[in-house]
Design a binder for this molecule. Structure first.
Ligand code: AMP
Length: 426
């Protein structure tokens, strides 16, 4: 199905041509016709499916169809996103989509000064993309009003809930006074999302692409069993020997990100980091360099990397498996996009084995295990057999085998010791 069939104005069609979009993606095919009719939408779509255009294009076209004078500090369309990086990325795409129209858009997120954001909002904007925290700050300072909002989008709503934004979302929603169209996009659909959807959406049309929690078919998954203290060495060797050129590495702890980056840089692999302790400017620069190819490796935590769109990213590595199997789906969503082949590599330590099993259950496939010569993990087969066959593990309901508990603290300590030991050897 083509975009032309959706009755978009020539300026939008021109913008889409410039972006190189020819056909609609499945989520766009399903969501756009319904959104164009004014329905509220509850969409289950993972990262990389083209969801930004699915919610932004109908909003932009509706603004063209129903022009309104701009009024000071007011916005017509509000898009909420969980992280600064995602907000910036959505705003960049929105700006591309309306570039040939006399519409304006702005982005607001924390970690940077409020002045330029307030200035952009002063004359009023048609579309504002914001993180919930910064939006509330701007509202409290009367720099923006939601009294005339006609369209509300929650992007990556599941992550906003995970990050504890539910109260903020409710307070924001309470400020929207006009009847409005709402769209909620989420990669997963846990029970608390049902509750949020019931509160926010009026008779929503439900749109889903692919099975929930399935990863793209274009991704090849591989597990490398390895002992915890040899993960960095193995990572460096894989990147170097296999000549991987653009590698996004996920870690569970900020501290590990720095240690790993230091090691890889020593090995001559240009590596940057993207995590919550780095300044906003620093993170943006690292991301830009990584996208442009100046950095070969980017080591990131989940929150910092959530939703990042890096076109055609070939390799994603889980240095640690995530605490929740669902997060594997989010992480891997960055590779194998738009039909390109992707490669999802996980370094599986002994303590990652239960999560590994849960990931296989969640995505509905056994993942190939490769033992890299020289890095064979000790006594692993017995453990894997036990996990697969013993009912206590096999039928375990929880998808996490560790959280911010004792074992993760111990694990963190062990990894730090291993990193130190390795640095000493040099
Ligand atoms: P998103 O899921 O919105 O982050 O989009 C993922 C990537 O797909 C982005 O790089 C978009 O520019 C791209 N994209 C979105 N829609 C299309 C389309 N219809 N054809 C080709 N690429 C698209």
């Amino acid at each position: 199905m083509s975009f032309a069939s959706q009755g978009f104005c020539p300026e939008i069609v021109q913008a889409l041509t410039q972006c190189g979009y020819q056909k609609m993606t499945p989520i766009q095919q399903k969501a756009i016709p319904l959104a164009r009719k004014g329905h509220d939408i509850l969409a289950n779509a993972q990262t990389g499916t083209g969801k930004t255009a699915a919610f932004a294009l109908p909003m932009i076209q509706s603004m063209v169809d129903h022009p309104q004078p701009r009024s000071r500090r007011h916005v017509r369309g509000l898009i909420l996103a969980p992280t600064r990086e995602l907000a910036q990325q959505v705003a960049d795409n929105v700006a591309l989509y309306h570039q040939f129209l006399p519409l304006t858009s702005a982005v607001a997120y924390g970690g940077v000064k409020m002045t330029s954001q307030a200035k952009a909002l002063e004359a009023g904007v048609d579309i504002l993309v914001a993180t919930p925290g910064r939006l509330q700050e701007l509202m409290e300072m009367n720099m923006v009003s939601l009294a005339k909002v006609e369209y509300l989008v929650l992007d990556e709503a599941d992550r906003m809930l995970d990050m504890g934004f539910i109260g903020d979302i409710e307070r924001i929603r309470a400020q929207i006074k006009l009847p409005h169209q709402s769209m909620l996009f989420s990669a997963t659909y846990p029970p608390k999302m049902k509750q949020l959807a019931a509160e926010l959406l009026k008779k929503p049309k439900i749109v889903a692409v692919g099975e929930e929690n399935r990863t793209a078919d274009t991704v090849a998954h591989v597990f490398y069993p390895v002992d915890e203290d040899r993960k960095i060495e193995l990572l460096s060797e894989l990147i170097g020997r296999k000549n991987w050129q653009q590698v996004l590495v996920f870690v569970n702890y900020k501290e590990h990100a720095d240690a790993i980056a230091e090691e890889l840089n020593r090995d001559g692999l240009s590596t940057g980091v993207c995590h919550g302790d780095r300044s906003q400017g620093n993170r943006r620069r690292a991301l830009k360099e990584f996208k442009e190819g100046a950095l070969r490796v980017l080591v990131a935590t989940d929150v910092a990397a959530r939703g990042l769109d890096i076109q055609g990213l070939p390799h994603v590595v889980n240095f640690d498996l995530p605490f929740l199997a669902e997060d594997y789906v989010h992480r891997i969503g960055r590779t194998g996009r738009a039909g390109l082949q992707g490669h999802a590599v996980s370094l599986v330590g002994r303590e990652d084995e239960l999560t590994a099993l849960q990931i296989e259950r969640l995505i509905g496939q056994r993942i190939r295990r490769i033992e890299q010569p020289g890095y064979e993990a000790k006594q692993r087969e017995q453990l894997v057999d036990k996990l697969h066959n013993k009912a206590t593990y096999r039928d375990r309901k929880s998808r996490t085998n560790r959280g911010a508990d004792q074992s993760s603290a111990e694990r963190q300590l062990r990894l730090r010791q291993a990193v130190k030991a390795r640095l000493k050897q040099r």
